[in-house]
Design a protein around this ligand. Structure first.
Ligand code: UGA
Length: 430
């Protein structure tokens, strides 16, 4: 199948690369010349495991190409996926002008039947707007369908998630669109849910909101655990063994981040408001998430007494491991809260330092996790990168001014650290 993907962000690029990997011929279009230039040179503008390998392989097989030429992309594929960004406006609503712009260009350039698939995360009812916009610019009166195919991939495991999904959701209005999408996804083994456009859009909102709710729920429980002497990991395990609840997304920590949950939740709350429903449950989910970071800093303050002039080491800046993405990363908020208290920050992240340097200038960036600890009054693990689990903690203890570790992800070996003489503070435990 010939497929054009418009937008080469996380979702667009992964989708394009994975479609090529399963044998389709893919054109990736983006209006960012620099990005397309890099991709044409074989440089992947984001860090995502396996993505470079499958793009290289697809290039070798001549199954993927990159262009800024929208007309070319529209004219050369029957199926067009819209995967452009929908960044949040100040109000929390997503900015849909990129989606509109793409839809109008599709309308202008298409010259025979096209199936246009909404892949970007957008407010419910956007597919209707896409159809209306394409129709307005469709001067040649070409036949077309609109479909919705939300993406559930996670950064850091995007390729695996795409190729082995829990489910594929396809929102369509007729058999013709359904058959094309079923054909595209044929090589992927997963349950497929065929639904109407609006339900498919709501499935995406509801999924992300539910996952964020699970995280905030366990984070709230972690505070009760700290106050009562229970252990949140045990509680999560016991709760998660109930099949009706399940074990996933019950890891307490410093809060969720990334470009999906915070932004999608804000958007969903806003949409509900516009529909006349005050989604207070989700407002509280977001509120608990904000408070979780403040609570973490307060805990540091309780242990260290005064934060002013204390040297605080930070391990991990990205919003989660295996990505260089720092958008809405808890580490950034925590660093800013600590800076406000006058603390001096030293930080290290395996992949996200370049991006962080662009927005936080007045902290010390270290070349490795050990340098972070030199003369530090404490070190705080914010992102659970695998490399932090296997450090030489004896060496670390000898480097630090005070052997105090705050484990914001309950990731390190507590017993081992205590035996080495560290003061260890996890989340939701004694
Ligand atoms: C999330 C969803 O998991 C995907 O299904 C969805 O497709 C994507 O958003 C999207 O809408 O595009 P992502 O943001 O990449 O994916 O990352 P997650 O693995 O979901 O993690 C999000 C945040 O939650 C991270 O900061 C992570 O540390 C945190 N988290 C996750 C927890 O604090 N506890 C958990 O138990 C799980």
């Amino acid at each position: 199948m010939e497929i054009t993907i418009i937008g080469t962000g996380y979702v667009g690029l992964t989708t394009g690369a994975c479609f090529a990997h399963i044998g389709h011929k893919v054109i990736c279009v983006d209006n960012d010349e620099r990005k397309i230039d890099l991709l044409n040179k074989g440089i992947i503008p984001i860090y995502e495991p396996k993505l470079d390998e499958i793009i290289e392989e697809a290039k070798r097989k001549n199954l993927i190409s990159f262009t800024t030429d929208m007309a070319y992309g529209v004219k050369n594929s029957k199926v067009l996926f819209i995967a452009v960004g929908t960044p949040p406006k100040e109000t929390g609503e997503p900015d849909l002008s990129y989606v509109e712009n793409v839809a109008s260009q599709i309308g202008e350039h298409m010259d025979s039947y096209r199936l246009i698939v909404e892949k970007s995360t957008v407010p419910v009812k956007t597919a209707q707007w896409i159809r209306t916009t394409i129709a307005r610019f469709n001067k040649k009166n070409v036949d077309f369908d609109v479909a919705v195919n939300p993406e559930f991939l996670r950064e850091g495991s995007a390729v695996d998630d795409f190729l082995n999904p829990d489910r594929i959701v396809i929102g369509v209005e007729n058999k013709r669109a359904e058959e094309i999408l079923l054909e595209i996804y044929k090589p992927i083994k997963a349950p497929i849910l065929i639904t109407d456009l609006t339900s498919a859009e709501l499935i995406k909102h509801a999924s992300n909101a539910f996952l964020a709710m699970k995280i905030s729920f366990i984070n709230a429980i972690s505070i009760i655990c700290e106050k009562t002497g229970a252990d949140v990991e045990m509680v999560a395990k016991g709760v998660g063994l109930d099949k009706r609840i399940g074990p996933h997304f019950l890891k307490a920590g410093v809060g969720y981040g990334g470009f999906c949950f915070p932004k999608d939740l804000a958007a969903f709350i806003k949409i509900a408001e516009e529909l006349g429903y005050d989604f207070r449950l989700l407002k509280e989910v977001a509120n608990i998430n904000e408070k979780q970071k403040e609570y973490f800093v307060k805990k540091m303050e309780r242990v260290l007494w005064n934060l002013k002039d204390k040297i605080i080491g930070i391990w991990g800046l990205s919003f989660k491991p295996n990505t260089d993405d720092i958008r809405f990363a808890p580490a950034l908020d925590i660093i800013n809260l600590l800076k406000k208290e006058g603390a001096k920050i030293k930080a290290y992240d395996p992949k996200a330092m370049e991006k962080t340097k662009e927005i936080i200038k007045d902290i010390t960036y270290c070349d490795n996790p050990y340098d972070v600890c030199k003369d530090a009054d404490c070190v705080a693990l914010i992102t659970e990168w695998e490399e932090f689990a296997n450090l030489d903690f004896e060496k670390i203890k000898s480097l630090m001014r005070q052997p105090i570790i705050f484990d914001g992800r309950n990731f390190l070996d507590k017993e081992k650290l205590i035996n080495l003489g560290f003061h260890y503070y996890g989340i939701g435990k004694k």
